[in-house]
Write a protein that binds this ligand. Structure first.
Ligand code: ADP
Length: 456
């Protein structure tokens, strides 16, 4: 028994929406049931009151017409019979007169002829006799007749109490209607219960999807955390490799006696290759770290007053050697003044420009790369233009998507990850700027980085 309860509790703990489902089944069905039930009850009460008023009114009118004929028993008998015949709701009418001692009443006319001349003495009649102005009504119930109003009222002629009329008015018609409504209400409740059950079954299926989505999100987060952790861990050995390569290069260079031997040159070449590879790996790790920071919303951007001219000069200097190796002319056309202030994160602006200028040189086999600055209202535009391989409109469609690389004959020999532009665009947007592109296949490309001016 206890193990069953324990299993049940465990199941609910694992599937908390089951409580919601039960809640839905019980509450919705209960609301529909009670709403209908109370509406029916209220309707029945109103109907009873209405019939009650109707019965009293009918009796009042009836009273007036028989008051003067109270001593003509035959006439009264035929009158009450006629009235009963005309109205199905009237079950019985009796006319009573007090006996001499006034302890009892005698039925002088009745729609139930067997009651004529019988004596009657009950509380209702005495109360009616005591209160001649009011009609005394009681709600009665009988196996064969159902519910009915029994109304008794004193008959008065010229202010004198002459007798009593009792009047039974049936409620069976309205009761029949109410019973039908109650039956319908049960059916509606059952139908709504079934609908709610169907909804719950559907909901449970949806819930399974929700669980899957949550699990996927968890796995995705685990993956992000792993990437972030792995990238951090990779940085350390890479720095060590780089450091040792540097150390080896230094100690090798000190051996001046061996400098001209082919073995020395070979070793130096190997060391350079180690350095290049570790630098590339480091850049890749940095990119992956940036992606995971951006995706986890953990990337910190410090917006401050930054001298753009200084950054531009630094980036140009950094790429001069690469450009001259490819015989590409790399020029800066900073038509604006030397102190170009923007509101941005210095390191991140440099990172974007390194990526844009680096790409321009990387994807330009010959010709030139020019960096220009322009003012556009509250923004400064930095245009990196090249005469390289360019891109078609189709190729540019997904350019700013993560890991997207254009695959064609011209790009197949060029290494890359497809992360640089995605990161650059995200960074530009985070600094309240933007990064856009214009390009033509075989003609060249220009990337436009827009950043807000610094306002005092
Ligand atoms: P990566 O250069 O590492 O592949 P990027 O995100 O920097 O990644 O660039 C995405 C793609 O956009 C590149 O693979 C390349 O095809 C294209 N691309 C970027 N810059 C240029 C450019 N200046 N000229 C032509 N194609 C470019």
């Amino acid at each position: 028994m206890w193990s069953l309860i324990y299993k049940g509790v465990n199941f609910i703990k694992k599937n908390p929406t089951i409580i919601y489902s039960f809640f839905l089944i019980i509450v919705v069905s209960a609301i529909i049931f009670f709403n209908t039930y109370y509406s029916v009850i209220k309707f029945q009460k109103n109907n009873d009151t209405l019939l009650h008023s109707k019965a009293i009114l009918a009796e009042d009118i009836f009273n007036l017409s028989i008051a003067d004929e109270i001593n003509n028993e035959n006439k009264i008998q035929s009158l009450i019979e006629k009235i009963k015949d005309k109205d199905d709701e009237i079950l019985e009418i009796n006319i009573l007169k007090p006996k001499e001692n006034k302890d009892e009443f005698k039925i002088i006319a009745s729609t139930d002829k067997s009651k004529i001349n019988k004596s009657v003495a009950n509380d209702i009649i005495f109360i009616a006799w005591q209160h001649p102005q009011e009609g005394i009504a009681y709600l009665m119930s009988d196996h064969s007749l159902g519910r009915f109003w029994e109304i008794s009222k004193t008959i008065q002629s010229n202010g004198k109490k002459e007798g009593i009329v009792t009047f039974d008015m049936s409620l069976s018609d309205s009761d029949k209607l109410i019973n039908q409504t109650i039956k319908r209400m049960y059916w509606v409740s059952i139908a709504s219960l079934l609908i709610v059950l169907l909804l719950v079954v559907n909901h449970t299926r949806l819930f399974k999807y929700a669980v899957r989505v949550t699990k996927l999100e968890e796995v995705d987060k685990m993956k992000d955390d792993f990437i972030s952790m792995a990238s951090h861990e990779l940085k350390m050995p890479l720095t060590i490799i780089n450091g040792y390569a540097e150390l080896l290069k230094d100690s090798l260079e000190k051996k001046s006696s061996e400098k001209n031997t082919s073995e020395f040159k070979e070793r130096l070449k190997h060391l350079k290759n180690i350095k290049i590879a570790s630098k590339r790996l480091r850049e890749l790790v940095e990119d992956i770290l940036d992606v995971s920071r951006i995706e986890q919303g953990k990337l910190k951007i410090n917006l401050e007053k930054v001298n753009l001219s200084e950054i531009l000069n630094e980036v140009m200097e950094q790429f001069q050697i690469d450009a001259s190796k490819k015989k590409i002319s790399l020029k800066l056309k900073n038509n604006l003044n030397n102190e170009l202030w923007i509101k941005a994160d210095e390191a991140r602006v440099k990172q974007i420009l390194v990526n844009l200028v680096g790409n321009a040189i990387k994807y330009t086999p010959q010709g030139s790369v020019t960096v220009k600055t322009e003012i556009d209202k509250d923004f400064i535009k930095i245009v990196v233009k090249d005469t390289g391989i360019g891109m078609s409109a189709q190729e540019m469609k997904n350019l700013f998507k993560k890991f997207y690389r254009i695959k064609n004959k011209k790009t197949e020999a060029i290494n890359g990850t497809g992360l640089g532009l995605w990161i650059s665009k995200e960074l530009a947007l985070k600094m309240k700027g933007d990064l856009t592109v214009e390009s033509m296949s075989g003609v060249g490309s220009q990337f436009i980085l827009t950043l807000p001016k610094f306002k005092e």
